[in-house]
Design a protein around this ligand. Structure first.
Ligand SMILES: Cc1cc2nc3c(=O)[nH]c(=O)nc-3n(C[C@H](O)[C@H](O)[C@H](O)COP(=O)(O)OP(=O)(O)OC[C@H]3O[C@@H](n4cnc5c(N)ncnc54)[C@H](O)[C@@H]3O)c2cc1C
Length: 440
């Protein structure tokens, strides 16, 4: 975020928003990630004779204060979830707010049907997105020469106490969080690796033990890479003869979900359509969140999430389907669990993907499609290497037994629980309940 005080004078700022941070636990990996990246950004800016003023505060207090110091404009890249939109609206009442559209490829109002209504199905959205795409969508911002405004407190975290600005040590402890030892791979390095991954991206992206995807979701989420840098790389690779379509399509998926949430904000919490009487069952829920369902692919996925803050896309699909259709738990609870643990948590992608899985969303999978977790695991993790990586307790069990529900029910595996539900029963139960719901 950049504030200008008068022509050619700027103050780059970063706000650790109290309203968001106060809800998180002190070991949240995302805050550690952001904190490290903010310090890195501060160092980068110094190379251009700039700096970064850091606040730990209520966003509104920061802008009231800066306005009182004669700053007159703010430039910020916007996103579209409910909280972000409300916050930006409030800020614009205080100071001239100039939105930059740099989170997504397209603005949500850019891809609309001929009658100006939003697309609700991905394929036609994607077709139109490709038509609308121009060179402007990958433009690089020009470097301008701006003078750093005179701000005394660059070396601190700035907080407000009784309406006064106070300075605290520039450390993650100051904002109530713990540093962890995770080393984050540089987004630019990941971007460079895209070249070799694109060759087999379409064929391998669903296979759980392959490092076949970009791992850029966390960088896109926090803006540590610009969507435009990725597009520019894709253009270069396309010119070199690489097939970039499959990857570009996924990026547009992200835009599609952001656009849906923008046009249908009710989807934050509400179903677009309902298919079954989902209800909260504490026992099932607790087994699920502690990776103790006894269904290996589900427990491996949840374990991956709890230890790394990431989950493979295919596993997210299997896990979310199991949660909503086998356990018939409300998607909102699963969404909230992912929101708490995903490093790349993005409201639009997460909410809409959960609604896709539960078949309650706008462009969702048909309700009668119920993933069989054993067949999915057998197909995408044939040798159970992904499962064993995240569930060490199954290390000595043969892959064919891990993929065999009957084996898991009839044998006792030391340290591992028996499945809490049978696939055939769960599928039939869900479908019969869903049919009753539809017929009513
Ligand atoms: C239940 C569920 C919840 C999800 N929650 C999130 C979330 O909170 N945040 C998030 O970024 N993604 C979410 N996804 C989408 C997807 O799982 C991740 O984007 C992907 O796993 C990130 O890995 P990657 O960067 O290696 O992806 P790649 O395959 O390399 O894809 C490149 C980029 O395209 C976008 N993308 C890829 N797949 C999807 C998709 N299915 N939907 C939307 N965008 C996509 C992401 O920005 C990703 O970084 C969710 C999917 C499901 C099924």
């Amino acid at each position: 975020m950049l504030l200008s005080i008068k022509a050619n004078e700027v103050l780059p700022i970063f706000i650790f928003d109290k309203e968001i941070l106060l809800e998180l636990s002190s070991d949240d990996k995302r805050v550690d990630y952001i904190f490290k990246k903010v310090i890195q950004l501060k160092d980068e800016l110094k190379k251009y004779d700039l700096d970064l003023a850091i606040f730990y505060a209520d966003v509104i207090d920061v802008f009231k204060y800066l306005k009182s110091k004669a700053y007159d404009e703010v430039y910020a890249s916007v996103d579209y979830d409910k909280y972000a939109r409300k916050r930006d609206e409030e800020v614009s009442k205080i100071i001239n707010f100039i939105p930059l559209y740099d989170c997504y490829i397209y603005e949500p109002r850019e891809i609309l049907k001929k009658d100006s209504s939003p697309y609700v199905v991905f394929s036609p959205y994607y077709k139109e997105a490709k038509q609308v795409y121009t060179k402007e969508h990958s433009l690089k911002y020009e470097l301008e020469t701006n003078k750093l405004s005179n701000f005394e407190f660059f070396d601190y975290i700035n907080e407000f106490k009784e309406n006064k600005l106070v300075q605290k040590t520039l450390s993650i402890d100051t904002i109530g969080f713990k540093q962890n030892s995770i080393k984050y791979e540089s987004p630019l390095k990941k971007l460079k690796q895209l070249k070799s991954k694109l060759i087999s991206y379409k064929d391998l992206r669903d296979y759980l033990n392959e490092d076949a995807t970009s791992n850029l979701s966390v960088d896109l989420r926090f803006g540590t890479i610009s969507i435009r840098s990725i597009l520019r790389e894709l253009i270069t690779l396309k010119k070199q003869g690489f097939d970039t379509e499959g990857f570009f399509r996924q990026l547009v998926f992200r835009d599609f979900y952001a656009s849906l949430l923008y046009h249908f904000p009710k989807l934050h919490t509400q179903d677009f359509r309902s298919y079954a009487p989902y209800s909260f069952k504490k026992d099932y829920y607790e087994k699920f969140i502690s990776a103790k369902t006894g269904v290996p692919i589900i427990d491996a996925g949840v374990s991956e999430l709890l230890t790394t803050g990431y989950m493979h896309n295919r596993v997210r699909m299997i896990v979310a389907s199991f949660f909503c259709k086998h356990l018939m738990l409300p998607w909102q609870k699963g969404e909230a669990f992912f929101a708490k643990h995903l490093m790349d948590y993005d409201a639009a992608s997460n909410i809409l993907s959960w609604q896709w899985s539960s078949s309650t969303g706008i462009d969702a999978q048909p309700y009668f499609r119920v993933f069989n977790p054993y067949l999915q695991a057998k197909k995408f993790d044939k040798d159970a290497l992904y499962i064993k990586k995240h569930l060490k307790v199954l290390n000595n069990i043969k892959a064919k037994d891990i993929h065999d529900e009957d084996f898991l029910f009839s044998n006792t595996i030391k340290g591992y629980t028996k499945p809490i539900i049978k696939h055939k029963f769960a599928r039939e139960h869900f479908l019969s309940e869903a049919k009753k719901f539809i017929n009513n």
